[in-house]
Design a protein around this ligand. Structure first.
Ligand SMILES: *Cc1c(COP(=O)(O)O)cnc(C)c1O
Length: 377
């Protein structure tokens, strides 16, 4: 039996919720389940206002509009991230300015951010890689001193802990993903967390095709009409119904994923001590990850390539990512690098993500560990 890299799952209640939504006769967006998701996110994450979207990509696109990004405006972000982090701002004419990452967490290196700021800089986009929180106090402080907006790409970081706060609820705006590869899933799905109260009203309008429909349904205006730019960023109620069950079991999902990461670490520690590979560093002080990802760093690109091939031959599907955005065709065309990308290029060439999903068994972990150990023997 092969061990896949990821496996979408139900945790209980998803299908019943969907059946109830259908029976209730409300399938378009913002029905009762979507509202329940909004309340859960607002209460558990401590964000001002939560708005479900059809993806984290959509939430990032909303954030770029809310940030007022226009042609030539610069947005500081890591190069070691998924394309949507940058693409959302390029769609507005913005210029991604790529900054290197920290060698320990592989997160945006906050010590390099200030040197990348120019008169055209409008926003900073920290990405909480693998669910490990970025150094948000330092990033928010830089943003405050330079009058910049902070948009957190918290796609991987639901319910992680940064000094008692939740990623996505710390900057002006935060973006979550419920894609089937993330911790809490609805197939495709996401949320925009609007933490700056001054941005809430416009966020609702942008999400509803540029209309004031949300205000109309609350009885605040007597007709609804086109008032701003926008698009259809809200998900169907069926997505909200699935997601609602997942959110209500989010603590169990995260506890299981953390246990799986700990099991990988115990199993691979000996290989790390022998110098065969490197494991993720412990979470920085006063932070805790959410068990989103477990990766190893091979010695070099050739070792990484043959390790993935060896695992594949052993029935274990492991993957690498990212092609750094600063060296991708679109990144070269639309963005620029601020400083050297040494740590980014190094991690991108050596990183291997191991299978990790809610239903992964302890015996599966043992098999993956044994296959890795066999490779290095
Ligand atoms: C998954 C991911 C996204 C995109 O999420 P979608 O919901 O698939 O649009 C964006 N940024 C990061 C860092 C991600 O991991």
């Amino acid at each position: 039996m092969n061990i896949p890299f990821n496996k979408p799952f139900t945790i209980g209640g998803e299908l019943e919720n969907i059946a109830r939504a259908v029976a209730g006769g409300h399938l378009s967006g913002d029905g009762p389940y979507t509202r329940r998701c909004h309340r859960w996110l607002e209460e558990r994450l401590g964000c001002g206002k939560a708005l479900l979207t059809h993806s984290c990509t959509a939430a990032l696109e909303m954030a770029a509009i809310l940030a007022g990004i226009g042609p030539g405006d610069e947005v500081i972000m890591p190069s070691f991230t998924f394309v949507s982090t940058a693409n959302a701002f390029v769609l507005r004419g913005g210029v991604p300015v790529f900054v290197d990452i920290r060698p320990d967490t592989l997160n945006l290196d906050e010590r390099l951010v200030e040197a990348a700021i120019t008169r055209a800089t409008r926003a900073i986009v920290p990405v909480h890689y693998a669910g490990v929180p970025c150094e948000m106090d330092a990033i928010n402080d830089i943003a405050r001193r330079h009058g910049l907006l902070v948009v957190e790409d918290a796609a991987q970081a639901i319910l992680s802990d940064y000094k008692g706060r939740r990623p996505g609820a710390i900057g002006h705006l935060g973006c979550l993903s419920f894609h089937e590869t993330k911790n809490v899933i609805s197939g495709e799905g996401g949320a925009l967390l609007v933490n700056d109260p001054a941005l809430v009203a416009r966020a609702e309008v942008i999400r509803e095709k540029g209309t004031n429909r949300s205000q109309f349904f609350r009885g605040e205006v007597d007709k609804y009409t086109w008032v701003d730019i926008g698009s259809s960023f809200l998900p169907s109620e069926l997505v909200g119904a699935y997601l609602c069950a997942q959110l209500e079991h989010a603590d169990a999902i995260i506890a299981r994923r953390r246990a799986l990461c700990a099991a990988y670490r115990r199993g691979l520690e000996e290989l790390e001590n022998a110098g065969a590979l490197r494991l993720p560093q412990p979470d920085p002080p006063a932070t805790a990850g959410n068990g989103h990802m477990f990766y190893v760093l091979a010695g070099n690109l050739a070792a990484r390539t043959s390790l993935i091939a060896h695992l594949k031959a052993s029935g274990v599907h492991a993957v690498f990512h990212y092609v750094p955005l600063h060296s991708s065709p679109a990144g070269l065309k639309f963005g620029r690098s601020a400083g050297a990308m040494t740590v980014t290029d190094d991690a991108a060439g050596r990183l291997v993500r191991l299978p990790l999903y809610y239903e992964l068994g302890d015996s599966d972990i043992a098999r993956v560990v044994a296959a890795i150990a066999a490779f290095f023997r």
